[in-house]
Design a protein around this ligand. Structure first.
Ligand code: ME8
Length: 505
């Protein structure tokens, strides 16, 4: 059994979560569930980023005390994860005392090592991105190169972390570890960035007279810690850094950090260098997924073009949303969030192909065999090609985070089963009283559906559990169960169709 430590970004609690945030957590949930059914020991971390100017501003605008504000908005993230069946193991908040202590330990250690120093900062700051920019990084005067909003000019004494000292180390690390940043396009982006720009040291403090909502800078009372420096440390503080050595050594390095491509520089440049300076290994993989867009624009709180996942779930259901997000675009590319594409996808794949297969089969099992099937039978020839393809490709697709391709393979097998029903014409077998043929036919479909529900369980866990319940079997859903013929009996308890067709009009 190997350990698998996976993380989401920790989200700013300046506003409620939208479909973009849901997407990252669904990706992490899918891979966690896959690893669990494979038998790995998973630690899945998510949480909230609660410090910094942006949060303080949002609390002020809401007329609330900032701690009460982050407590309240943070709850909405937890509620959404519950509704989306996100099976995280731990929820970290950057206001947690153990996290604050870990951040202070990191700063003290780096200061003692000589990697933190004080000087005057000249440059620009983007509050919505909570990011510093130098003259050379800005393409259009006064405009943030990441989000296109206005920058604030800053000139003040601050503490700096010596990123530049480790530039060569990072370049060399990237060269030796071409799979460290994925997909390849993001690896090339970071490599290109390091080749064309010299790394400047990172400003890691904010004077308290300006920004008081943050962790106290441990070596100078007049300062608070810069929010990104604080936030990145969550990935080690959550697993016991500096307090629980045994647990930390077991879980670190993280196996994969999933992030959106907007926060690549922080994760692929600052973070590995921070870890290296601390004498720790970098995470094994940083995977930057693409953006859900509305037309040309990234879906974002500040643009006001968001889709509220709770409203959508109320309309189409949790698994339909999870399925759409994981099926529609390969993880890594951008996607356009279109309502008509969403509804079409649900109707064709979930209502027609999967839903009908299950409903029709259970219906036949009840009608022809009184819902009790006690004899197994070999896999029909008609299933073999699609089944073998699925068996062969599922693991490699899932290991490569090619979720959409894994789903395609599953649906090829579902298609083969639907075709088998149409070609066999079971109502004729019934009319001709060929009960043994009918028994073998129905067993094959039930066994195929059972196996499909194991493969589908990381994607649409509620549906997979419902299928198991309706088949009247209780065995755990795990990959040991994909062997054909291990079911000795089915006791059908048909429920209503899994995915009712949605009226597109
Ligand atoms: O950046 N499409 O928090 P944040 C896809 N606190 N994913 C999206 C998205 C979209 N339109 N919009 C948001 C922060 N996301 C920091 C992170 S980690 C140490 C600190 C997802 O609330 C995506 O994962 O702005 C993106 O990276 C993240 O939300 C940004 O969340």
């Amino acid at each position: 059994m190997s350990k698998f430590y996976v993380t989401t970004p920790i989200y700013y609690v300046n506003a409620n979560p939208h479909v973009g945030h849901a997407y990252t957590n669904i990706i992490c949930d899918c891979i966690s569930r896959y690893k669990r059914i494979k038998g790995d020991e998973v630690f899945f971390l998510t949480g909230t980023d609660e410090h910094g100017e942006k949060i303080k501003k949002a609390a002020d605008e809401a007329g609330e005390d900032v701690k009460a504000f982050v407590d309240r908005v943070g709850q909405n993230f937890k509620k959404l994860w519950e509704r989306l069946n996100i099976s995280y193991d731990f929820f970290i908040r950057t206001t947690d005392v153990f996290h604050i202590k870990a951040v202070q330990e990191v700063i003290k250690a780096l200061y003692e090592k000589g990697d933190i120093y004080k000087t005057t900062y000249h440059g620009f700051y983007c509050t919505p991105c909570e990011s510093f920019w130098t003259d050379t990084q800005i393409k259009e005067a006064g405009i943030c190169p990441l989000c296109g909003r206005e920058l604030e000019k800053l000139e003040e004494e601050n503490y700096f972390f010596r990123l530049s000292k480790y530039e060569d180390w990072l370049k060399d690390y990237l060269k030796k570890n071409p799979d460290f940043i994925r997909p390849k396009i993001r690896y090339n982006e970071v490599k290109g960035f390091l080749e064309t720009q010299k790394l400047s040291d990172l400003c890691i403090s904010r004077p308290k007279r300006r920004v008081s909502w943050g962790i106290d800078f441990p070596i100078d009372d007049n300062y608070a810690v810069y929010v990104w420096f604080d936030a990145l440390i969550n990935y080690i503080s959550a697993v016991g850094f500096a307090v629980e050595g045994k647990r930390f050594n077991k879980l670190w390095p993280a196996d994969i950090h999933f992030i959106g491509k907007d926060i690549l520089r922080h994760h692929a440049v600052f973070w590995p260098i921070m870890l290296h300076a601390l004498g720790l290994e970098p995470p094994r993989i940083i995977f930057a997924h693409g953006w859900w867009k509305m037309g040309e624009d990234k879906m974002s709180k500040s643009k006001g073009n968001i889709v509220d996942p709770l409203v959508l779930i109320g309309e189409i259901g949790v698994d339909a949303l999870r399925y759409f997000l994981l099926r529609e675009i390969p993880v890594g590319l951008d996607g356009n969030f279109s309502r008509s594409v969403l509804l079409h996808r649900i109707n064709s794949d979930l209502a027609n192909d999967l839903g009908n297969l299950v409903y029709r089969t259970l219906n036949m099992a009840e009608k022809y065999l009184e819902g009790k099937i006690t004899e197994s039978s070999p896999m029909p020839e008609e299933f073999k090609k699609a089944f073998k393809g699925l068996e062969k490709n599922y693991i490699s697709c899932m290991d490569k985070v090619e979720f959409s391709s894994a789903l395609e393979e599953i649906f090829k097998f579902i298609g083969a089963m639907n075709k088998y029903i149409e070609d066999t014409k079971p109502w004729i077998l019934w009319k001709e009283k060929k009960i043994d043929c009918l028994k073998a036919f129905i067993y094959s479909l039930l066994e195929g559906i059972r196996i499909v529900s194991i493969y589908l369980s990381p994607f649409i866990p509620e549906t997979a559990a419902s299928i198991y319940r309706q088949l009247g079997i209780e065995k755990e859903l795990n990959l040991n169960g994909i062997k054909w013929g291990i079911s000795k009996e089915f006791n059908i308890k048909k429920e209503k169709p899994l995915f009712p067709r949605i009226d597109v009009d």
